[in-house]
Design a protein around this ligand. Structure first.
Ligand code: F6P
Ligand code: MG
Length: 451
């Protein structure tokens, strides 16, 4: 079977286009500022900062001149052996058409971009472990105080009620749906899409169902029930979450994890992080530790300080996370595969990772980039079944649940006519390119494959 082509950076109807013309230069510009700020505050790092800054500025110029993308050097590969594979893939693309920054394949180049920045830092003596995106991640999380407190209150109420009575299976399923939605929209820019229910009674009520239904109109494919039925039929030992962004999204994922553990849906949760600074806001293992420290700092949030009921609710949740983390019930891993350019169809070929994920009863993939890698970032027709778009993964015995707010081109599993309708709707909302509804973050898909 011939596969559809991937998204390319020179297609004005692809979200690759604004990404390479606006987003990547903006990321580089703010990285240059952040390195400079850091080196001013940390005497002795100036020389290293200067070295990296020069490289980052050079890359900005390469974008402007649409230069050919070079192979990683021997020296760079000596520092990061995984770059060898990047070169092999680049060679394959070059055989079809010379790869330049503004015309090449989007997904591959976006991964290459973050590896390139990382290797420059790794080449220095004093900035080897510096995360150039950390200041930005922290700033964004600082502004999420109100959302964090609201979720903590909601979580506390629900978990106190859960502890009081034995919960029937229908209620558990509703709660699963609720926490899946929280984790899903934790990835979005617009959290107003979340249902506003707070108690078990609320959730079970007709009104609760109506609120959920209204919010779920934005979820174009919703396999939550299928995933729940699947999980209930397993040994219910372990759920894995392949994380996306740190800060608020990670916090929302921890709410989901705590529910799964407190309600005894499963015995443990494994969180998969990135090893290097990745796609700006992705979670590295140290971001997990940092988040716990930030939640424990009463003065951390800009907009929630001084509210004692807020700190109390945060404290309640934090205590639980810490306990589960200390006794290994919640653990973190970070396999280098997650920062390769490869599609997730390749997971069965990565022996150690495949074996590890094989122990899971449900693997939840968070966010947009994970979805792009699940579907190969190919221009599938939007009615293609999810199980076709994820190719070999569909028959890998790995149960996959993707929670994705749409922020790129590829979307699959839609009923006929939905794409066309949304293109028109998005245009009517005043947007020039109707096709960009798929990148607006306003719609979502929850897709399941039994494996
Ligand atoms: O701005 C575009 C982009 O970088 C996409 O390439 C990527 O898929 C997305 O942002 C990151 O989103 P997420 O954090 O949900 O994976
Ligand atoms: Mg991300």
């Amino acid at each position: 079977m011939t596969l559809p082509p991937p998204s390319y950076n020179d297609n004005p109807k692809s979200f690759a286009y604004p990404t390479v013309h606006k987003r990547w230069p903006a990321i580089l510009t703010s990285a240059i500022e952040d390195v400079s700020d850091y080196s001013k505050r940390n005497p002795g790092t100036e020389q290293c900062a200067e070295y990296v800054t020069e490289k980052l500025q050079g890359l900005l110029k390469e974008f402007k001149q649409d230069k050919q993308v070079r192979a990683f050097t021997k020296e760079e590969i000596a520092i990061k052996p995984e770059l060898e594979e990047y070169n092999e893939e680049l060679e394959k693309f070059n055989k079809q058409k010379v790869v330049t920054w503004l015309t090449g394949p989007w997904l591959y180049l976006e991964c290459y971009f973050y590896q390139l920045i990382d290797v420059w830092f790794k080449q220095t003596k004093k900035l080897k472990d510096f995360d150039v995106f950390e200041a930005g991640k922290t700033k964004a999380f600082k502004q999420s105080g109100a959302g964090v407190v609201e979720l903590c209150h909601r979580f506390k109420l629900l978990s106190e009620q859960l502890a009081q009575k034995s919960t029937d299976s229908t209620t558990l399923k509703l709660l699963f749906t609720e926490f899946i939605d929280i984790s899903l929209w934790g990835n979005a820019t617009d959290l107003s899409l979340l249902a506003g229910t707070t108690t078990l009674e609320d959730i079970k009520s007709l009104q609760g169902a109506e609120v959920r239904k209204k919010n779920e109109e934005k979820i174009l494919v919703n396999d939550t029930e299928k995933a729940w039925e699947h999980l209930m039929g397993t040994a219910r030992d372990r759920v894995d979450i392949v994380l996306d962004n740190s800060g608020f999204e990670l916090f929302a994922d921890l709410c989901l994890s705590l529910f799964l553990l407190d309600a005894k849906v499963v015995n443990r949760v494994v969180l998969h992080c990135k090893r290097i600074p990745w796609f700006v806001s992705d979670t590295m293992p140290k971001d997990f530790d940092l988040l716990l420290a930030q939640l424990g700092d009463e003065h951390f949030f800009d907009d929630a300080s001084g509210d004692s009921s807020g700190s109390e609710a945060i404290g309640y949740l934090l205590k639980k996370v810490k306990q589960y983390h200390q006794n290994g019930t919640i653990s973190t891993q970070s396999h280098p595969f997650w920062t390769s350019y490869a599609n997730y169809w390749d997971i069965p070929k990565v022996k150690d990772l495949y074996e590890e994920l094989g122990k899971s009863n449900l693997i939840i993939f968070k966010g947009d980039l994970n979805y792009r890698k699940l579907t190969g970032d190919l221009n599938w027709d939007t009615t293609t079944p999810f199980t076709e778009a994820i190719q070999d993964l569909a028959s890998s015995r790995l149960p996959v649940l993707s929670l994705r707010t749409c922020k790129a081109d590829v979307v699959v599993g839609l009923p006929k006519g939905v794409n066309e309708k949304l293109i028109e709707e998005y245009k009517k909302m005043g947007n020039e390119v109707g096709e960009f509804w798929t990148a607006s973050g306003k719609w979502a898909v929850i897709s399941f494959s039994r494996g």
